[in-house]
Design a protein around this ligand. Structure first.
Ligand SMILES: Cc1ncc(COP(=O)(O)O)c(C=O)c1O
Length: 393
């Protein structure tokens, strides 16, 4: 079996990598180790590169059709990997998951309508809601001894009093890495169906389940979920191809689906581009073993971070994710204000992580660490962080 190399340090400078290029404008200096934007620093599965190179060699890049094999590759992947049954007509292409969220907000809600999110959560949700002149309703995650849970009591109360038209569920949840249980999602689905709330379930991290835990698509938990769910997924995080901009949407309910898909198709929002479908199809068809090895590597890196932090920076607590390559670091015991915490990471440790408050005020005292880099890079970053924390003593 081919062994993929995730230890290789790849220079991403001069490749228009957002992670590197936006350091100066966002952090005020470019000399930082970038451990923020949620992409991976690993080389993709070589089959993807080979297929793209082969197509690039043909000198005509005209309008392209979308082969049936592209759609089938998504259907087969979801069935084989997550036992998730998708019929062809339920599936649509979307050029990015956030755009899928934005299309749904624009189509199904009006200016001034409320949309529910659960902070701390992936910050573009709030930006898309507010940028489209809709109103955010928050059901904050409830902290527990070792992580978070969904506050279902408050959820019902907020749905019944604030009357949101839509909810954006993050499943698994970024930044805290939780895969919601079928039982919790069934309760969410029931409350939403009873109150006419559409649930947009962002499952972009669903292929990245850790420690053998299964991914449970929200729409799969029962009839209530099927009636309200718009599922969004992508091969982008899974196979490290977000630059190809290839995502998909699934809607099971015909009444919800047909007019919306017609609107997307009329506006050409759901028209794929050639490299997007090619990269996705090859990834879904040939990338399974690469992904298995990548997940093993990430599990090892998380263990490495946990051990290192427990030994050398015990004031920081690692919230172990159930999915994906993002670690939520609880830095509250450092007793710093958020600006001081950010300064510690940026100015003293020379690291670019996501400031926890990006994800909502509930993220105060937290930072999000992306461990999708070679372990050597992560270890060096941890050494810098430990040195910086020591200066506080
Ligand atoms: C939960 C979540 N949704 C969506 C995205 C971005 O997806 P896209 O680039 O397809 O819009 C990310 C990227 O970090 C994410 O974490």
């Amino acid at each position: 079996m081919k062994k993929y190399d995730f230890d290789q340090v790849i220079d991403r400078s001069a490749t228009c990598a957002l992670k590197c290029d936006a350091l100066q404008s966002l952090f005020g200096t470019s000399g930082l180790t970038p451990l923020w934007v949620a992409d991976l620093d690993f080389a993709v599965c070589p089959d993807i590169t080979e297929a793209l190179m082969h197509r690039v060699e043909h000198p005509v890049y005209g309008y392209s059709s979308t082969p049936d094999s592209y759609w089938q590759s998504i259907i087969d992947w979801q069935k084989n990997r997550h036992n998730f049954d998708i019929a062809r007509e339920e599936l649509a292409f979307v050029p990015g998951v956030v755009r899928g969220v934005a299309y749904a907000i624009n189509y199904f809600t009006n200016r001034g309508d409320k949309v529910l999110i659960q902070q701390p959560v992936y910050h573009p949700f709030k930006m898309v809601i507010e940028g489209n002149e809709r109103v955010v309703v928050n059901n904050p995650l409830k902290p527990t001894a070792d992580g978070y849970e969904m506050d279902l009591e408050h959820f019902r109360e907020v749905v019944e009093t604030e009357r949101p038209k839509m909810m954006i569920l993050c499943n698994p949840h970024n930044p805290v890495g939780i895969q919601w249980t079928a039982d919790v999602m069934r309760q969410v689905a029931k409350i939403c169906r009873e109150n006419g709330v559409i649930v947009v379930s962002d499952e972009i991290h669903g292929d990245l389940m850790l420690y053998g835990k299964p991914h449970i698509p929200f729409v799969s938990v029962g009839e209530d979920a099927e009636a309200v769910a718009i599922t969004l997924g992508a091969p982008s995080k899974t196979f490290n191809i977000p630059g190809l901009v290839s995502s998909w949407m699934v809607i099971k309910d015909k009444k919800l689906r047909e007019p919306f898909y017609n609107w997307m198709s009329t506006n050409e929002f759901s028209s794929p581009t050639m490299f997007a479908t090619l990269g996705a199809e090859v990834a879904y068809t040939h990338g399974g073993e690469w992904l298995n090895q990548m997940i093993d590597y990430i599990e090892g890196s998380i263990a490495m971070v946990e051990d290192y932090v427990a030994q050398h920076i015990p004031q920081i607590k690692v919230v172990r994710p159930q999915a994906s390559f993002l670690i939520w670091l609880d830095c509250r015991e450092l007793n710093l204000t958020q600006p001081q915490l950010v300064e510690l990471f940026v100015k003293k440790a020379h690291l670019a992580l996501n400031d926890g408050t990006m994800f909502g005020k509930e993220g105060e005292g937290f930072m999000r660490l992306n461990v999708g880099s070679p372990r050597k890079v992560i270890l060096e970053a941890l050494d810098h962080l430990a040195d910086a924390v020591n200066t506080l003593k």
